[in-house]
Design a protein around this ligand. Structure first.
Ligand code: OAD
Length: 243
């Protein structure tokens, strides 16, 4: 492992355009549940009942109850050493951008600036009629919440199954993957598209993929360097060796 970390450090140091892609695993050590795996949300809940536009149309109250539970977890969570290490890599000029599938705000709170949120923001809601966006600093008290402008229903401002990604964020992510000579892929199963395709775009133009994950993922077969272990341990170690 330490040999692999040294190789990763060398690649990161000499990268001309390093981009990171993160998934739920990067926030796991902050106490935010992942989606897949033993304690994953999709093991306990059915996505088609909670995370589709159809589910929301059928029962907005139920969907909101689940989101309020998750909003509370996010508001009580703190960034962990993995979030801080990624912010530090950006600060020292090596990491050019961070693409995340996470809907929490832990990368922002850790100090990441150039951040592309592919799946939206759980701390925001959007009006289903006028698209007005509300930001939560506390979970909504009225369930389901209503738009302060037009009184229509508010929905969580996240991407659900069967929905397209925000166009601007997706375009930025695709452009970054096309430019990246190195991609650091952290804590994602890599099976949700189009996010999971980004490391393949990097490989297509002969870029290098470095993966950090506690177990193998859909990205592992194309990873040039696979660092098995927790993001909260490995990323700070990498940053320490770089500085
Ligand atoms: P998953 O839950 O699918 O995968 C989490 C990954 O993190 C797994 O590969 C774990 O092995 C890894 N992992 C867990 N703890 C870790 C740790 N401490 N350090 C490093 N790796 C760790 O989450 P995502 O890949 O983010 O989409 O899921 C992608 C999308 O599927 C989510 O954004 C969400 C979900 O449905 C939407 O909501 C649209």
């Amino acid at each position: 492992m330490s040999l692999d970390i040294s190789r990763a450090v060398e690649v990161i140091r000499s990268a001309s355009f390093l981009v990171a892609l993160t998934g739920a695993g990067v926030s796991a050590e902050s106490g935010i549940p992942t989606f897949r795996g033993k304690d994953g949300l999709w093991n306990k809940y059915r996505p088609e009942e909670l995370a589709t536009p159809q589910a929301f149309n059928r029962d907005p109250k139920r969907v909101w109850e689940w989101y309020v539970w998750r909003i509370k977890i996010v508001l009580n969570a703190k960034p962990n050493p993995a979030h801080y290490a990624l912010a530090e890599l950006e600060k020292i000029g090596l990491l050019k951008a961070l693409i995340t599938q996470n809907v929490d705000d832990l990368h922002e709170r850790a100090g990441s600036k150039k951040l592309i949120k592919l799946h939206g923001n759980i701390l925001e809601a959007r009006c289903v009629s006028c698209n007005y966006v509300v930001k939560w600093s506390q979970p909504p008290s009225e369930i389901p919440p209503k738009c302060p402008l037009c009184s229509s229903l508010l929905r969580p401002n996240v991407v659900w199954f069967n929905e397209p990604l925000p166009e601007k964020a997706l375009q930025e992510a695709l452009d970054l993957a096309s430019k990246a000579d190195t991609m650091l892929v952290v804590g994602t199963s890599g099976i949700v598209m189009p996010a999971g395709a980004l490391p393949f775009i990097v490989k297509d133009h002969e870029g290098t993929v470095i993966e950090i994950n506690v177990s193998e993922s859909a990205i592992t077969p194309i990873a040039d360097i696979f660092l098995r272990g927790s993001a909260g341990k490995i990323l700070p170690e990498i940053v320490k060796m770089i500085k």
